[in-house]
Design a protein around this ligand. Structure first.
Ligand code: PEP
Ligand code: MN
Length: 338
């Protein structure tokens, strides 16, 4: 961290700022006297420093962080890529992880049928929401615990690990006991109580990027989980809010290389929520592979027209099968495989 003192700052002001930082945060300070002003270089555990408080000290003009506020998520302190083991299905590394399934679990027949089809096409995990974060309280809210049981049955029949969304910190224990990957949805990316509870588990957490979250905010949410002791975080870019209304969201493909540069955590793409349009899933899934994503999460429904949630962006099992063939053929170009 760098602190630029005002040209008006006296030697006393400089000593008092340096003394305070040493005392409160245990950091060391390098004092650089310039012609116009003095610049302090702060060394040590600077991510615990409250920059707003430093700004309030007498004659401090500017405070600039030189390293990211996240440490455990940062590639600087963990140069090699993390590979997350999801009950045997690995996320990260050469193999692409393809998670597929309906937006929500609707019935035993629906989830088991979709599970078998996506498995036959090569999916590595099954998705399906049991607790749904709907914008309207009048929309289908999910089958809740009954839905979890149906997912478990689909897992028993196919062997596919299951990925499902949690909304309440009160359900962490339950999810920890039966789910393979716990999804934190975009709307809960900054539900810090939920993140703290999840940090106490060792379960892989699929952390979706918030609707209007910056990459730094997203990585700070990952940091909550890592800081609490759970190293198993998978990031998921699912489109962000922009001025464009043609698509449901705008897929930020650049987030993938950005996250890869900043962090060691694997990152996957959700082209379904990013676009809201079934016919855009394929081109954006291919683009995701091309920009270096570690996998995809795709909504697949056996009867999209009658889906209880997100039918317009759901592709059929047949379309998913076609897409898997295309991904399989382009993956080697990007040093990946299914
Ligand atoms: C979902 O995966 O069904 C979902 C609600 O996703 P998001 O949180 O990205 O909107
Ligand atoms: Mn959905």
């Amino acid at each position: 961290m760098i602190i630029i003192m005002s040209p008006k700052a006296t030697e006393n002001d400089v000593n008092s700022v340096a003394g305070k930082l040493r005392e409160v945060y245990g950091v060391s300070i390098q004092v650089n006297k310039g012609v116009d002003c003095t610049v302090l270089g702060v060394l040590g555990n600077t991510h615990i420093i409250d920059m707003d408080k430093v700004m309030l000290l007498d004659n401090v003009e500017k405070v600039m962080p030189v390293s990211e506020p996240y440490k455990k998520a940062s590639r600087k302190f963990h140069p090699e890529d993390s590979v997350i083991d999801c009950s045997g299905a690995k996320v990260g590394g050469k193999k692409l992880s393809i998670i597929a399934g309906p937006c929500s679990v609707e019935s035993m027949e629906q989830i088991t049928a979709v599970a078998k089809e996506v498995k036959a096409s090569g999916a590595s995990m099954l998705r399906g929401g049991a607790f749904k974060p709907r914008s309207s309280p009048y929309s289908f809210q999910g089958l809740e615990l009954e839905g979890l049981d149906m997912l478990l049955e689909a897992k028993a029949q196919t062997g596919l690990p299951i990925v499902t969304e949690i909304m309440s910190p009160a359900l962490v224990e339950k999810f920890d006991s039966c789910v393979d990957v716990i999804q934190v949805g975009a709307r809960n990316m900054q539900n810090f109580d939920l993140l703290k509870e999840l940090s106490k588990t060792r379960k892989p957490i699929l952390l979706k990027r918030g609707l209007s979250a910056t990459i730094e905010e997203w990585l700070m949410s990952a940091e909550y989980i890592l800081a609490g002791g759970n190293p198993n975080v998978i990031l998921c870019e699912r489109g962000i809010r922009t001025f464009e209304t043609y698509t449901r969201n705008t897929l930020d493909l650049s987030a993938v290389p950005a996250v890869k540069k900043l962090s060691h955590l694997p990152v996957i793409i959700d082209p379904s929520h990013a676009t809201g349009l079934n016919w855009m899933v394929e081109p954006l899934a291919m683009a995701a592979v091309a920009v270096g994503a570690d996998g995809l999460i795709i909504e697949v429904h056996n009867d999209p027209k009658n889906a209880k949630c997100d039918g317009a962006q759901s592709i059929t099992p047949a379309a998913f099968d076609e897409l898997m063939k295309k991904i399989d053929s382009i993956a080697p170009v990007f040093n990946k495989e299914i």
